[in-house]
Design a protein around this ligand. Structure first.
Ligand code: AN7
Length: 351
């Protein structure tokens, strides 16, 4: 078996990326699709549940798929500087792939609202990290403007190559299952990923690689749910900081995709997100809080009686690794027990 070459090389014939562009890759993609029968029996009896663990990408999130594509194309076009606004994961991915290509990378983040592991990643990979006194939406407005004035490659998901890369996760799911699942559930923030999945499923279907199309269930956090409310949210708030976004750049396309698929975009509370985040970790799958939102949404719909349990397959996209946001755990854990280095003290404690 030949080694996995990364998503650009593996799915090249399906991607609208310059044929001659040498791939800038960290061998992202090919993430596991983990069966979770025990969890299914608990939250969605009668469904066959799989977890697509995107946290196992090189920088710890699904953003690596879009970034290998965007940076491959930008490098081929001669770019030397990249920029993005980010709630954290895009920043880390942009930083890593830009450095890999020898480019300068500048990232704008909302001050105080980005998980520690994401900032650490962006800094370690060598990005210039700038915090703004404002939201992700403010940061995105700023980078869109400056990249139109200066020779800077914008690598947010308004960049079409990002979606080209991210749609490969849909291909992988079809390749693994032999067809699309009945339902695909995932978190929605800036709405690039749900848009990319729908592109990918439709393209694979048209190419005869999947006989069916899935229904899409997107989940926004209730405090940051512009696509459910039908209007922008000026001060989005949620424990799931990755999706703390009030003006999704791809909102219209996401709503169209959900509707065309016979699915929908719904809101889930922070309590529902955190409950699913804990439950996933008890399955051995540690994700960041935002990543649990899609499956929390599916469980919500099952509880409301809106999903008929007929042996259908469900794939939950788990977008980012739990180690991105260690504070989410430690701030909720009790004091750690400390004992003398003495086996009797240990025995006393665990008895
Ligand atoms: C873990 O990194 O927007 O709906 O700047 O990090 O495509 O935006 C992150 C988004 C879901 C939502 N899960 O995806 C950013 C950023 C995780 C994320 C989303 C994000 P989109």
């Amino acid at each position: 078996m030949s080694p996995w070459p990364g998503i650009v090389a593996y799915y090249r014939e399906y991607l609208k990326i310059d044929r001659h562009a040498p791939a800038i890759t960290l061998l992202e993609g090919n993430t596991p699709l983990i069966p979770a029968p025990r969890l299914a029996a608990e939250i969605a009896p009668g469904f066959e549940l799989y977890l697509k663990y995107e946290g196992l990408n090189p920088t710890g999130s699904f953003k690596d798929r879009g970034m290998t594509a965007a940076i491959t194309q930008a490098a081929h076009a001669g770019a030397t500087v990249t920029m993005c606004a980010s709630t954290g994961n895009t920043a880390a991915a942009a930083a890593a792939y830009s450095s890999r290509a020898g480019m300068r990378c500048i990232v704008l983040v909302p001050q105080g609202k980005v998980a520690a592991g994401k900032i650490a990643g962006a800094l370690a990979y060598g990005a210039e990290v700038i915090a703004i006194r404002g939201s992700f939406d403010d940061a995105l407005t700023m980078v869109r403007e400056i990249s139109s004035l200066r020779p800077i490659a914008l690598v947010n998901s308004v960049n079409p190559y990002r979606l080209e890369g991210q749609k490969t996760a849909a291909f992988e799911i079809c390749d693994a299952l032999g067809r699309a699942p009945h339902w695909l559930c995932l978190p929605v923030g800036n709405a690039g990923n749900i848009t990319a999945y729908w592109m990918g499923f439709k393209q694979y279907h048209a190419a005869g690689r999947s006989a069916t199309l899935p229904h899409l269930l997107g989940a926004q956090a209730a405090g940051a749910a512009p696509l459910v409310l039908g209007h922008a949210v000026d001060n989005p708030e949620t424990v799931a900081t990755a999706i703390r976004i009030g003006r999704p750049a791809r909102g219209e396309q996401a709503l169209e995709a959900a509707e065309e698929s016979g699915g929908r975009i719904i809101a889930v509370s922070d309590d529902e997100i955190l409950a699913m985040w804990r439950r996933l970790a008890r399955e051995g799958v540690f994700v960041e809080p935002a990543s649990a939102a899609g499956l929390a949404g599916f469980a919500h719909e099952v509880r409301q009686g809106r999903m008929a349990p007929t042996g259908q397959t469900v794939v939950a996209i788990l977008t980012g690794h739990g180690l991105k946001d260690p504070d989410a755990v430690t701030s909720r854990a009790g004091e750690m027990k400390v004992i003398p280095a003495d086996v009797r003290a240990l025995d006393e404690l665990i008895r």
